[in-house]
Design a protein around this ligand. Structure first.
Ligand code: ASP
Length: 341
Protein backbone atom coordinates (compact mmCIF):
# COMPACT_ATOMS: atom_id res chain seq x y z
CA UNK A 1 0.00 0.00 0.00
CA UNK A 2 1.29 3.45 -0.91
CA UNK A 3 1.80 5.87 1.92
CA UNK A 4 -0.28 9.03 2.03
CA UNK A 5 1.14 12.52 2.55
CA UNK A 6 -0.83 15.66 3.40
CA UNK A 7 0.54 18.92 2.00
CA UNK A 8 -0.47 22.14 3.75
CA UNK A 9 0.30 24.80 1.14
CA UNK A 10 0.59 28.09 3.05
CA UNK A 11 2.35 30.17 0.36
CA UNK A 12 5.92 31.24 -0.33
CA UNK A 13 8.06 31.69 -3.41
CA UNK A 14 7.64 28.03 -4.40
CA UNK A 15 4.20 28.73 -5.91
CA UNK A 16 4.67 32.36 -6.85
CA UNK A 17 4.52 33.97 -10.27
CA UNK A 18 6.17 37.16 -11.44
CA UNK A 19 3.46 39.76 -12.03
CA UNK A 20 4.54 43.28 -13.10
CA UNK A 21 8.10 42.44 -12.10
CA UNK A 22 7.23 41.24 -8.56
CA UNK A 23 6.68 37.78 -7.11
CA UNK A 24 3.12 37.11 -5.91
CA UNK A 25 1.41 33.94 -4.64
CA UNK A 26 -1.25 32.92 -7.18
CA UNK A 27 -3.92 30.42 -6.03
CA UNK A 28 -3.92 27.19 -8.04
CA UNK A 29 -0.73 27.99 -9.96
CA UNK A 30 1.51 25.54 -8.07
CA UNK A 31 -1.02 22.72 -8.50
CA UNK A 32 -1.25 23.44 -12.26
CA UNK A 33 2.52 23.23 -12.61
CA UNK A 34 2.67 20.02 -10.60
CA UNK A 35 -0.11 18.43 -12.66
CA UNK A 36 1.84 19.14 -15.85
CA UNK A 37 5.20 17.87 -14.50
CA UNK A 38 5.87 14.09 -14.75
CA UNK A 39 8.21 14.23 -11.72
CA UNK A 40 5.18 14.71 -9.48
CA UNK A 41 3.47 11.60 -10.89
CA UNK A 42 6.41 9.23 -10.54
CA UNK A 43 5.51 5.79 -9.24
CA UNK A 44 7.96 6.02 -6.36
CA UNK A 45 6.17 9.02 -4.83
CA UNK A 46 3.49 8.55 -2.18
CA UNK A 47 -0.12 9.54 -2.81
CA UNK A 48 -0.55 13.12 -1.76
CA UNK A 49 -3.28 15.70 -1.19
CA UNK A 50 -2.72 19.47 -1.35
CA UNK A 51 -4.67 21.81 0.90
CA UNK A 52 -4.18 25.34 -0.38
CA UNK A 53 -4.56 28.04 2.26
CA UNK A 54 -6.68 31.11 1.70
CA UNK A 55 -5.02 33.54 1.55
CA UNK A 56 -1.65 32.22 0.40
CA UNK A 57 1.06 34.06 2.31
CA UNK A 58 4.29 35.74 1.55
CA UNK A 59 5.71 34.51 4.86
CA UNK A 60 6.74 37.87 6.41
CA UNK A 61 2.97 38.44 6.76
CA UNK A 62 2.46 35.34 8.88
CA UNK A 63 1.66 35.65 12.58
CA UNK A 64 1.55 33.25 15.53
CA UNK A 65 -2.13 32.60 14.82
CA UNK A 66 -1.06 31.23 11.42
CA UNK A 67 1.40 28.86 13.16
CA UNK A 68 -1.52 27.60 15.25
CA UNK A 69 -3.72 27.26 12.17
CA UNK A 70 -1.08 25.02 10.52
CA UNK A 71 -0.73 22.93 13.70
CA UNK A 72 -4.54 22.52 13.87
CA UNK A 73 -4.67 21.54 10.21
CA UNK A 74 -2.05 18.82 10.78
CA UNK A 75 -3.87 17.56 13.88
CA UNK A 76 -7.19 17.46 12.01
CA UNK A 77 -5.67 15.16 9.36
CA UNK A 78 -3.23 13.34 11.61
CA UNK A 79 -5.01 9.98 11.71
CA UNK A 80 -5.59 9.81 7.93
CA UNK A 81 -2.04 10.41 6.64
CA UNK A 82 1.43 8.89 7.15
CA UNK A 83 3.35 12.14 6.81
CA UNK A 84 2.91 15.89 6.44
CA UNK A 85 4.54 18.64 4.38
CA UNK A 86 4.14 22.34 5.05
CA UNK A 87 4.91 24.43 1.96
CA UNK A 88 6.02 27.78 3.29
CA UNK A 89 7.95 30.91 2.37
CA UNK A 90 11.58 30.83 3.39
CA UNK A 91 11.66 34.23 5.13
CA UNK A 92 9.99 33.09 8.34
CA UNK A 93 10.22 29.33 7.78
CA UNK A 94 12.61 28.75 10.71
CA UNK A 95 10.11 30.45 13.08
CA UNK A 96 7.18 28.35 11.84
CA UNK A 97 9.22 25.12 11.96
CA UNK A 98 10.26 25.95 15.54
CA UNK A 99 6.73 26.87 16.62
CA UNK A 100 5.31 23.65 15.12
CA UNK A 101 7.95 21.59 16.95
CA UNK A 102 6.75 22.97 20.29
CA UNK A 103 3.01 22.67 19.54
CA UNK A 104 3.13 19.19 17.97
CA UNK A 105 4.24 17.19 20.98
CA UNK A 106 5.01 13.45 20.87
CA UNK A 107 4.79 13.12 17.09
CA UNK A 108 4.78 9.62 15.67
CA UNK A 109 4.79 10.84 12.04
CA UNK A 110 7.06 13.17 10.06
CA UNK A 111 6.19 16.82 9.49
CA UNK A 112 8.49 18.49 6.95
CA UNK A 113 8.52 22.22 6.28
CA UNK A 114 9.93 23.23 2.91
CA UNK A 115 9.77 25.82 0.13
CA UNK A 116 12.18 27.25 -2.40
CA UNK A 117 14.27 30.25 -3.33
CA UNK A 118 13.06 30.28 -6.95
CA UNK A 119 9.45 29.47 -7.96
CA UNK A 120 8.61 26.06 -9.43
CA UNK A 121 7.48 27.83 -12.59
CA UNK A 122 10.94 29.16 -13.42
CA UNK A 123 13.50 27.29 -15.47
CA UNK A 124 16.31 27.20 -12.88
CA UNK A 125 14.51 26.39 -9.65
CA UNK A 126 15.22 24.52 -6.43
CA UNK A 127 11.48 23.89 -5.93
CA UNK A 128 11.17 20.50 -7.62
CA UNK A 129 13.98 18.88 -5.66
CA UNK A 130 12.85 20.36 -2.34
CA UNK A 131 9.28 19.16 -2.82
CA UNK A 132 10.03 15.74 -4.37
CA UNK A 133 12.66 14.96 -1.70
CA UNK A 134 10.31 16.09 1.07
CA UNK A 135 7.62 13.76 -0.33
CA UNK A 136 10.11 10.87 -0.33
CA UNK A 137 11.27 11.60 3.23
CA UNK A 138 7.72 12.09 4.53
CA UNK A 139 6.83 8.64 3.21
CA UNK A 140 10.15 6.89 3.86
CA UNK A 141 10.08 3.50 5.53
CA UNK A 142 12.36 4.89 8.24
CA UNK A 143 9.97 7.25 9.99
CA UNK A 144 11.45 10.53 11.28
CA UNK A 145 8.86 11.60 13.89
CA UNK A 146 10.00 15.21 14.15
CA UNK A 147 9.17 18.59 12.69
CA UNK A 148 11.95 18.83 10.11
CA UNK A 149 12.97 21.49 7.62
CA UNK A 150 14.15 20.22 4.24
CA UNK A 151 16.25 22.43 2.01
CA UNK A 152 18.99 21.90 -0.54
CA UNK A 153 19.53 18.17 0.02
CA UNK A 154 19.40 18.18 3.81
CA UNK A 155 16.74 17.55 6.40
CA UNK A 156 17.30 19.52 9.61
CA UNK A 157 15.53 19.45 12.94
CA UNK A 158 13.13 22.39 12.49
CA UNK A 159 13.71 24.00 15.89
CA UNK A 160 17.47 24.16 15.19
CA UNK A 161 17.27 26.04 11.91
CA UNK A 162 18.06 29.58 10.81
CA UNK A 163 17.82 31.21 7.40
CA UNK A 164 21.40 32.09 6.50
CA UNK A 165 21.29 33.12 2.85
CA UNK A 166 18.83 35.48 1.16
CA UNK A 167 19.87 34.39 -2.34
CA UNK A 168 21.63 31.01 -2.44
CA UNK A 169 19.96 27.61 -2.64
CA UNK A 170 21.75 26.58 0.57
CA UNK A 171 19.49 28.97 2.45
CA UNK A 172 19.21 27.18 5.80
CA UNK A 173 21.62 25.96 8.43
CA UNK A 174 21.38 24.12 11.70
CA UNK A 175 24.55 25.46 13.31
CA UNK A 176 24.35 23.56 16.60
CA UNK A 177 22.92 20.19 15.56
CA UNK A 178 23.85 18.00 12.59
CA UNK A 179 21.40 17.38 9.74
CA UNK A 180 19.05 14.43 10.36
CA UNK A 181 19.32 13.31 6.74
CA UNK A 182 21.45 14.11 3.71
CA UNK A 183 20.40 13.34 0.16
CA UNK A 184 23.02 12.78 -2.51
CA UNK A 185 23.11 9.85 -4.88
CA UNK A 186 21.56 7.96 -1.97
CA UNK A 187 19.32 8.81 0.95
CA UNK A 188 21.34 8.88 4.16
CA UNK A 189 19.18 9.03 7.28
CA UNK A 190 21.23 9.51 10.45
CA UNK A 191 19.05 7.35 12.60
CA UNK A 192 20.86 7.91 15.88
CA UNK A 193 20.32 11.69 15.62
CA UNK A 194 16.56 11.35 15.28
CA UNK A 195 14.53 12.08 18.38
CA UNK A 196 11.76 9.71 19.47
CA UNK A 197 9.13 10.63 22.04
CA UNK A 198 8.72 8.13 24.87
CA UNK A 199 4.94 8.06 24.34
CA UNK A 200 4.34 8.75 20.63
CA UNK A 201 0.87 9.92 19.54
CA UNK A 202 -0.20 7.37 16.98
CA UNK A 203 -3.82 8.46 16.53
CA UNK A 204 -4.36 11.97 17.94
CA UNK A 205 -2.10 14.78 19.08
CA UNK A 206 -2.80 16.59 22.31
CA UNK A 207 -2.46 20.02 20.67
CA UNK A 208 -1.57 23.03 22.82
CA UNK A 209 -1.77 26.05 20.57
CA UNK A 210 0.26 29.22 20.74
CA UNK A 211 -2.27 31.94 21.59
CA UNK A 212 -0.23 34.85 22.95
CA UNK A 213 0.67 36.89 19.87
CA UNK A 214 1.88 40.18 21.28
CA UNK A 215 3.63 39.35 24.54
CA UNK A 216 7.03 38.12 23.39
CA UNK A 217 9.85 39.98 21.72
CA UNK A 218 13.49 39.90 20.75
CA UNK A 219 16.07 42.57 21.40
CA UNK A 220 19.53 42.60 19.85
CA UNK A 221 22.23 44.30 21.92
CA UNK A 222 24.50 46.79 20.19
CA UNK A 223 27.36 48.96 21.41
CA UNK A 224 26.05 52.30 22.69
CA UNK A 225 22.60 50.97 23.62
CA UNK A 226 20.57 53.32 25.79
CA UNK A 227 19.01 51.26 28.65
CA UNK A 228 15.86 53.38 28.31
CA UNK A 229 15.18 51.84 24.91
CA UNK A 230 15.37 48.37 26.48
CA UNK A 231 13.27 49.59 29.41
CA UNK A 232 10.51 50.68 27.01
CA UNK A 233 10.58 47.31 25.30
CA UNK A 234 10.24 45.51 28.64
CA UNK A 235 6.99 47.30 29.57
CA UNK A 236 3.61 45.47 29.56
CA UNK A 237 2.24 43.70 27.59
CA UNK A 238 5.66 42.08 27.17
CA UNK A 239 5.98 38.86 29.19
CA UNK A 240 8.97 37.19 27.53
CA UNK A 241 12.10 38.56 25.88
CA UNK A 242 14.88 36.94 23.89
CA UNK A 243 17.94 39.06 24.66
CA UNK A 244 20.42 38.60 21.82
CA UNK A 245 23.80 39.08 23.44
CA UNK A 246 27.46 39.00 22.47
CA UNK A 247 29.65 35.91 22.30
CA UNK A 248 29.02 33.44 25.09
CA UNK A 249 26.05 35.45 26.37
CA UNK A 250 27.65 38.69 27.52
CA UNK A 251 26.21 42.20 27.80
CA UNK A 252 27.30 45.71 28.84
CA UNK A 253 26.98 45.03 32.56
CA UNK A 254 29.36 47.84 33.44
CA UNK A 255 26.28 50.02 32.87
CA UNK A 256 24.31 49.84 36.13
CA UNK A 257 21.20 51.29 34.48
CA UNK A 258 21.20 48.39 32.04
CA UNK A 259 21.33 45.94 34.95
CA UNK A 260 18.62 47.81 36.87
CA UNK A 261 16.23 47.67 33.91
CA UNK A 262 16.70 43.92 33.58
CA UNK A 263 16.46 43.30 37.34
CA UNK A 264 13.17 45.22 37.59
CA UNK A 265 11.63 43.46 34.60
CA UNK A 266 12.62 40.10 36.02
CA UNK A 267 11.06 41.03 39.38
CA UNK A 268 7.80 41.91 37.54
CA UNK A 269 7.75 38.37 36.10
CA UNK A 270 9.11 39.04 32.59
CA UNK A 271 11.00 35.94 31.41
CA UNK A 272 14.30 37.06 29.85
CA UNK A 273 16.30 34.50 27.90
CA UNK A 274 19.87 35.01 26.75
CA UNK A 275 20.74 33.80 23.23
CA UNK A 276 23.97 34.60 21.49
CA UNK A 277 24.16 36.76 18.36
CA UNK A 278 26.77 34.30 17.10
CA UNK A 279 25.48 31.85 14.54
CA UNK A 280 27.14 28.91 16.27
CA UNK A 281 28.05 27.95 19.82
CA UNK A 282 26.46 28.28 23.21
CA UNK A 283 25.72 30.78 25.96
CA UNK A 284 27.75 30.16 29.10
CA UNK A 285 26.97 32.69 31.81
CA UNK A 286 29.74 31.46 34.07
CA UNK A 287 32.56 32.40 31.72
CA UNK A 288 32.82 36.20 32.10
CA UNK A 289 31.65 38.74 34.66
CA UNK A 290 29.63 40.38 31.83
CA UNK A 291 27.63 37.14 31.63
CA UNK A 292 27.51 36.28 35.33
CA UNK A 293 26.10 39.76 36.07
CA UNK A 294 23.22 39.03 33.69
CA UNK A 295 22.46 35.74 35.44
CA UNK A 296 22.63 37.60 38.75
CA UNK A 297 19.73 39.93 37.74
CA UNK A 298 17.61 36.97 36.60
CA UNK A 299 18.49 36.56 32.91
CA UNK A 300 18.25 32.87 31.93
CA UNK A 301 20.71 31.03 29.75
CA UNK A 302 19.28 30.03 26.38
CA UNK A 303 22.26 27.70 25.91
CA UNK A 304 22.65 26.95 22.19
CA UNK A 305 19.04 27.69 21.17
CA UNK A 306 18.51 29.78 18.07
CA UNK A 307 16.70 33.07 18.74
CA UNK A 308 13.88 31.66 16.56
CA UNK A 309 13.51 28.62 18.80
CA UNK A 310 13.75 30.70 21.99
CA UNK A 311 11.08 33.17 20.84
CA UNK A 312 8.59 30.50 19.74
CA UNK A 313 9.29 28.43 22.86
CA UNK A 314 8.51 31.46 25.03
CA UNK A 315 5.26 32.06 23.11
CA UNK A 316 4.34 28.38 23.49
CA UNK A 317 5.13 28.17 27.21
CA UNK A 318 3.32 31.44 27.97
CA UNK A 319 0.31 29.96 26.14
CA UNK A 320 0.20 26.77 28.16
CA UNK A 321 1.08 28.05 31.64
CA UNK A 322 0.79 31.09 33.92
CA UNK A 323 3.38 29.76 36.33
CA UNK A 324 6.42 31.96 35.69
CA UNK A 325 8.77 29.81 37.82
CA UNK A 326 7.75 26.75 35.80
CA UNK A 327 8.18 28.61 32.49
CA UNK A 328 11.67 29.73 33.57
CA UNK A 329 12.59 26.13 34.38
CA UNK A 330 11.21 24.81 31.06
CA UNK A 331 13.07 27.50 29.09
CA UNK A 332 16.32 25.99 30.31
CA UNK A 333 15.27 22.38 29.66
CA UNK A 334 15.41 20.52 26.40
CA UNK A 335 11.77 19.98 25.35
CA UNK A 336 11.99 19.06 21.65
CA UNK A 337 15.70 18.74 20.94
CA UNK A 338 16.05 22.52 20.65
CA UNK A 339 18.96 22.88 23.06
CA UNK A 340 21.97 20.98 24.31
CA UNK A 341 23.36 21.41 27.79
N1 ASP B 1 9.25 36.18 0.61
C1 ASP B 1 9.15 34.76 0.39
C2 ASP B 1 8.42 34.16 1.59
O1 ASP B 1 9.00 34.03 2.62
C3 ASP B 1 10.50 34.16 0.24
C4 ASP B 1 10.54 32.68 -0.10
O2 ASP B 1 9.58 31.94 -0.03
O3 ASP B 1 11.65 32.24 -0.47
O4 ASP B 1 7.25 33.85 1.48
Amino acid sequence: MKKRVYIAYTGGTIGMKRVNGRYLPIPGYLQELMAANPAFHHASLPDYTINQYDPLFDSPDMTPSDWSKIARDICDHYHAYDGFIVLHGTDTMAYTASALAFMLKDLAKPVIVTGSQIPLGEIRSDAQDNLVSSLLLASHEFVIPEVGLYFNSRLFRGCRTVKVDADGFDAFASPNYPALAALGTGVEIRERLVRRPSAPSTSDIDLREINVPAVVGAFRLFPGLSPRILENMLQPPLRGLVLETYGSGNGPTGDKEFLRVLREANARGVVIVDCTQCLKGTVDLSKYATGADLAEVGVLSGYDMTPEAALTKLAYLLSISDDVAQIRAWMQEDLRGELSR
